[in-house]
Design a protein around this ligand. Structure first.
Ligand code: DHB
Length: 391
């Protein structure tokens, strides 16, 4: 009849508090948030970034919201969908979490959807970017980005900046296929032509043969998408194939020029143009404060776009709990999340009430060296851009 935390509060510290202050013990109730992240394996950097950002948000804002105490639980799914699903079930049934979040890759998010729907627990997508994920459960709300949202601006920009023929090369899974389709749509609608569409496997990719094929086709540019963590391997092979020497430009989404790895990619990247929702270099007071605090708490890490998704995911949870007055009813929380808007380190963002997906600025950026370090420097903005493929 009563929530477990109620008895715990009454029988534990709550009794002393009630006697000492007269405050009701219910005020001590804990709201558990379960993050399911790849902390090991090929996408471990995504997990590390999101965990660091979520912990930073709590450190900055306190662990109390609307009279409740927030408890963060982080679980490692090792990047496998079976594990994501099992962890989601355990978090809901055993730990009694009120909210799930994380999901480092599209297949991992998709595995959790049915659990969220059945348990009526909000599931905040802080990383995965395939457009259709939010359609798979009414309890999904996204604070990351979608590939149609992040790709369309570079497609339009390329067509308007002298690039006429492009070969696309993407990772062969959900977000890569979204990127491939959106690039072609945006580029061809503005007069360009995609002459070949290449797909590399997601696991242990060797890009050399694909890049050679792209080079042999003599396009004006090659468009690239790989998930966070693979950009350095890809760009090393791009340099080895000598695309620049052959007069072929390299463009992509910001997943490729990931801030987490950019400094290790070398000066060959200077001048590369991408579109994306977040850059460590974003010029705003909110971002300067975020980057400084993130660096202080994690001395050897630069916050990347995954960190932005995790930080804003926690902001969304806090704002929704404030709106529900601390109620953890899943339906009420999702309703409270719809339409929320605030200024993130990446700029203004909001949750589209119709799709539960994020609306945000997408920036056109160029890799430049500043103070001896490589950055994605934003030079154009597509404001409040929705995923153009959502109905
Ligand atoms: C996805 C994962 C990434 O690391 C990324 O950069 C973009 C999309 C995904 O699985 O949806």
């Amino acid at each position: 009849m009563f929530h477990k935390g109620f008895f715990k509060g009454i029988l534990g510290a709550g009794v002393a508090l009630t006697l000492a202050t007269g405050l009701p013990a219910i005020a001590q109730e804990t709201v558990k948030v379960g993050l399911i992240l790849p902390m090991t394996g090929a996408s471990a950097s995504t997990g590390r970034q999101i965990e660091a950002a979520a912990k930073l948000f709590i450190a900055q804002n306190g662990n109390k919201v609307a009279g409740k105490t927030i408890e963060l639980i982080v679980k490692d799914d090792q990047g496998t969908a079976d594990m994501s699903k099992r962890l989601a079930q355990e978090l809901v049934v055993n730990d009694k979490v009120s909210i799930l979040g994380g999901f480092g890759l599209t297949p991992l998010a998709l595995a959790v959807g049915p659990v969220a729907t059945q348990a009526k627990v909000p599931a905040i997508i802080m990383a995965a970017g395939t457009s259709m994920i939010v359609d798979q459960s009414p309890f999904f709300v996204r604070t990351s980005f979608t590939l149609p949202q992040n790709t369309t601006p570079i497609a339009v920009w390329s067509a308007k900046n002298g690039i006429k023929k492009v070969v696309t090369l993407v990772s062969d899974f959900g977000p890569g296929l979204d990127a491939e389709k959106s690039f072609k749509a945006g580029f061809e609608a503005n007069g360009g032509q995609v002459i070949e569409q290449l797909r590399a496997p997601l696991a242990n990719p060797d890009f050399a043969a694909f890049l050679q094929k792209a080079k042999d086709l003599k396009p004006d540019a090659v468009f690239l998408f790989v998930p966070s963590g693979q950009g350095a391997t890809l760009m090393k092979q791009v340099a080895e194939r000598g695309l620049a020497q052959a007069g072929i430009k390299v463009i992509g989404t910001g997943d490729v020029t990931d801030d987490d790895l950019l400094n290790s990619m070398g000066d060959d990247l200077i001048g590369m143009i991408t579109s994306h929702n977040y850059s460590t270099d974003h010029n705003s007071p909110e971002n300067a404060a975020f980057v400084a605090a993130f660096n202080k708490a994690n001395p050897n890490m630069r916050p990347n776009f995954m960190a932005a998704g995790g930080y804003d995911g926690m902001a969304l949870i806090y704002k929704a709990l404030e709106k529900t007055g601390g109620s953890t009813d899943g339906v009420k929380l999702v309703e409270a999340m719809k339409g929320l808007a605030w200024t993130s380190p990446r700029g203004p963002i909001s949750i589209d009430p119709a799709t539960r997906d994020i609306i945000q600025n997408v920036y056109i950026r160029k890799v430049e060296k500043k103070n001896g370090q490589l950055y994605n420097v934003e030079f154009d903005t597509i404001p409040n851009f929705k995923d153009p493929t959502h109905k």
